[in-house]
Design a protein around this ligand. Structure first.
Ligand SMILES: Cc1cc2nc3c(=O)[nH]c(=O)nc-3n(C[C@H](O)[C@H](O)[C@H](O)COP(=O)(O)OP(=O)(O)OC[C@H]3O[C@@H](n4cnc5c(N)ncnc54)[C@H](O)[C@@H]3O)c2cc1C
Length: 334
């Protein structure tokens, strides 16, 4: 196959803005996609090896496990009851010996196989892999609509170019819901997430709290994330940054004084049930979707690409994609 990637960079694009957490154990995903999420996480080491072979870029992958913090005994019990068989319950002492900066807490659940990928380096590696690939062409252009007329369906650009192909994939993030001409408008909306990077690194593990998370990265600590319905506004705000500071300080009190190294925001492409949309359009088989990736798009990315490949090559979609089909969201309409 020859592949053309058409992309017009936009402020708020999610993949670089994300925190890169790979947390199928605590992502709050429905049971129907739990196995796929675990498989997606476990595919990462092999995927990053393949990328390293092609690009010489080593994308950092943290697989030390994630600590799900509990602020009280009751919360610890609740989280333990909801955790999978591989999770370990750490009481306050065990937690303090693993992460002394978390000694103030009642305990944590350790999800040993979850972790985080450095998504910024990952995106840089993908840029190089795409540039080096002899059969992938990358074009910077703004797609203004989908057009099913003619021999081959096509994306039309704002400048009038018609990109026709036997297979088309919509992968336009938070903007997928506003692409004209599709058989039906996609139920995808932007939800802003703000993040801040603090100087210093008092912890080694990714830490998950009820309302946020901390991700160690390159000697600094990323703290996330807000969840705001503000349309396509991708700015950070004083209020958002204060909320993130409060999350950080609640987890690790010394972070109350940590200097801010950086802050940014991204737009999550949210589907109504929080499950990505992967697969063919129900009425136009030449059209496929990888959008509405919601809060776990980085986690699912390589797994979804592998599942979608046979479909994009002209075959049927594998059954593994059934829980992700678009028509699950339209079951009450003909
Ligand atoms: C703050 C935050 C934290 C997150 N944390 C995590 C996490 O820890 N773990 C995890 O797994 N996921 C996380 N996510 C979610 C994850 O980042 C997203 O699900 C995923 O990156 C979405 O990828 P995408 O390719 O669909 O969208 P994007 O990365 O937004 O890419 C879409 C691209 O399409 C382009 N585009 C849009 N419309 C057009 C058009 N008409 N013509 C041409 N180009 C167009 C855009 O410019 C953009 O480049 C987070 C997201 C945010 C915002």
């Amino acid at each position: 196959m020859r592949i053309t990637v058409i992309d017009q960079p936009r402020p708020g694009a999610a993949s670089r803005a994300s925190a890169g957490i790979l947390a199928p154990s605590i992502a709050g995903l429905p049971e129907s996609v739990r196995a796929a999420a675990l498989e997606a996480r476990d595919l990462y080491p092999h995927y990053l090896e393949m990328l390293r072979d092609r690009t010489d870029i080593d994308v950092p992958l943290d697989r030390q496990g994630i600590l799900e913090l509990a602020v009280s005994e009751a919360e610890l019990e609740r989280s333990a009851a909801l955790s999978g068989p591989s999770a370990a319950r750490l009481d306050a002492r065990a937690l303090a010996s693993l992460e002394p900066a978390l000694a103030v807490h009642a305990g944590a659940i350790h999800h040993p196989h979850d972790g985080a990928v450095d998504n910024v380096t990952l995106m840089a590696a993908l840029d190089v892999a795409v540039a080096r690939h002899p059969r992938i062409t990358r074009i910077t252009d703004e797609i203004s609509s989908f057009d099913a007329r003619g021999n081959l369906p096509a994306f039309l650009s704002r400048g009038g170019t018609r990109y026709a192909s036997r297979r088309l994939l919509v992968a336009s993030g938070a903007w997928a819901g506003s692409l004209p001409g599709l058989p039906r408008p996609l139920p995808v909306r932007p939800v802003r997430g703000q993040l801040v990077r603090l100087e210093g690194l008092p912890i080694r593990h990714v830490v998950h709290l009820a309302d946020g998370y901390l991700v160690p990265r390159a000697g600094t600590l990323i703290v996330g994330a807000t969840s705001e319905e503000v349309g396509f506004d991708s700015q950070t705000t004083p209020r958002g940054l204060a909320a993130l500071r409060a999350i950080a300080t609640r987890a690790v009190p010394v972070l109350g004084h940590a200097a801010v190294a950086d802050h940014w925001a991204g737009l999550r492409p949210i589907a109504p049930d929080g499950v990505p949309i992967y697969g063919a359009d129900p009425s136009v088989p030449a059209l496929a979707y990888a959008c509405g990736l919601s809060r776990n798009g980085v986690l699912f990315g390589p797994w979804a690409a592998k599942q979608l490949a046979p479909l994009l090559a002209g075959g049927p979609a594998p059954a593994t994609l059934d829980p992700f089909r678009l028509d699950r969201l339209f079951q009450d309409t003909p």
